[in-house]
Design a protein around this ligand. Structure first.
Ligand code: PMP
Length: 421
């Protein structure tokens, strides 16, 4: 371990690392590991969509070129119901972005309140959300934008820290919570059925407490173990809180990012509430795009088969991240990282107090990383140690080059710190 070295040994190591870093800079790299975007080869998998739909009518014979059908095509809702393990009646298929649907839900809770709210959330003195950290930066920036306070709990390998959540929900101003239950962004954690059951059953001071169950990576397996998500809606209704969870998903990282289909799934009361609010904002979704997706996949197994093609393209990139980190950093005692079995990210914890420095060193060597702290509310990682790595977009050789560089930067920053340099 680096932490065991004497000051002289550290100084020697620092000299060697500075030479490695200079060699890295001399390569003149221009690489980007910042956002979890599909690679071009992944997008090619869905090019069949561009010639679809061949029909202009849905199963019921309705002309999809016209207005109407606010809750989306039933045949598409059936596919999502199967993938998400919910009832088709619980699903609304909408537009191209689940993030937009989350924004609608939070906005409408603020402006109108939910079906079980004593008053609109905006009329409360303060509204707080529980944010498992590290988490998805856009969840946090959305809440900041809408004036909702954020309180954090640790995210473990099996989901959020339940005792911490239980303590927070005793406060009636805590109205909601984010959760990416499967292959979480960025840790890859999978919420266990036990944790999900506790979250759905626990008493909360707010009668209208919501868990925004963002299952963005429900079918995004990286191995042949196709982990099933906890059955949030059924667990919630079995424990007497049917309205607590609202589930979101989309095909953004299944077909085309930004041109897919997004869905929500919720209790009958929540679904009616959502559609009521939506009816003032939309005359119906893009049914042509929905039908295109139905024709392209056929059924839920069509989606699963398609996801295996994604897996074959991106699993080598995730393996390259592991190889680079292991070969340089294993045993040094200055970094730990996730080994996700699905999703889009690897979560790297470097030596406390050095994440900002690592990101800066990488930048100066031509490797763009997500800013340190991004996975925390207001960008504030109290330990300055967390870095989210997104290896899907660059080609494999670039992932290898970038990650070899990141490992040098992590070791250099740690050695500088330990040497007091
Ligand atoms: N939720 C999570 C957890 C995500 O990682 C992402 C995409 N990066 C989204 C939502 C965005 O989904 P959409 O494209 O459907 O808006």
């Amino acid at each position: 371990p680096l932490t065991d070295l004497t000051p002289d040994q550290l100084a020697e190591r620092l000299t060697a690392l500075r030479a490695d870093y200079a060699a890295l800079q001399a390569k003149g790299l221009k690489l980007d590991l910042t956002r979890g975007k599909p690679g071009a080869d992944q997008l090619d998998l869905s090019d069949g969509l561009l010639g679809l739909p061949t029909s202009t009518k849905d199963r019921a014979g309705t002309d999809v070129r016209n207005y109407g059908g606010l809750d989306g095509l039933v045949e598409l809702r059936e596919i999502f119901a199967d993938l998400l393990g919910v009832d088709v009646a619980q699903v609304v298929a909408g537009g191209n972005s689940s993030l937009t649907m989350m924004y609608q839900v939070v906005s409408w809770l603020l402006s109108h309140g939910g079906p079980d709210s004593p008053r609109p959330w905006s009329q409360e003195e303060t509204v707080k959300f529980i944010c498992p950290v590290p988490g998805y930066d856009r969840h946090f920036t959305m809440l900041a934008e809408l004036g909702i306070e954020m309180v954090t709990v640790p995210m473990h390998a099996d989901g959020p820290d339940v005792p911490a959540v239980r303590a927070l929900v005793e406060d009636p101003s805590v109205k909601g919570m984010w959760l990416v239950p499967t292959y979480a962004n960025p840790t890859g954690a999978v919420c266990s059925t036990e944790v999900a059951a506790e979250l759905m059953a626990m008493p909360t001071a707010a009668p209208d407490f919501r868990i925004l169950w963002d299952n963005a990576y429900a079918v995004h397996h990286l191995t042949d173990v196709e982990t099933k998500s906890a059955d949030a809606l059924a667990l919630a209704s079995a424990s007497g809180h049917p309205n607590r969870p609202i589930m979101f998903a989309s095909t953004s990282k299944i077909t085309f990012a930004g041109a897919g289909v997004a869905v929500i799934a919720a209790s009958p009361e929540n679904k009616e509430w959502y559609l009521k609010r939506l009816s003032f904002a939309s005359i119906g979704p893009d049914k042509i795009n929905q039908l295109r997706h139905v024709e392209f996949f056929g059924d839920a197994d069509g989606v699963r088969a398609h996801m295996r093609k994604h897996r074959d393209l991106i699993a080598p990139k995730f393996a390259a991240v592991q190889d680079a980190l292991t070969s340089r950093l294993d045993g040094l005692g200055i970094a730990t990282w996730s080994k996700p079995t699905g999703g889009y990210f690897v979560d790297l914890d470097v030596l406390d107090g050095t994440a900002t420095r690592v990101v800066q060193l990488a930048k100066e060597a031509g490797i763009a990383l997500t800013p340190a702290g991004s996975a925390f509310p207001h960008g504030n990682d109290p330990d300055d140690r967390n870095i989210r790595l997104a290896p899907t977009f660059p080609v494999l050789a670039e992932v290898e080059a970038a990650m070899a560089g990141v490992a040098v930067c992590a070791e250099l920053a740690a050695t500088e710190k330990l040497a007091g340099a």
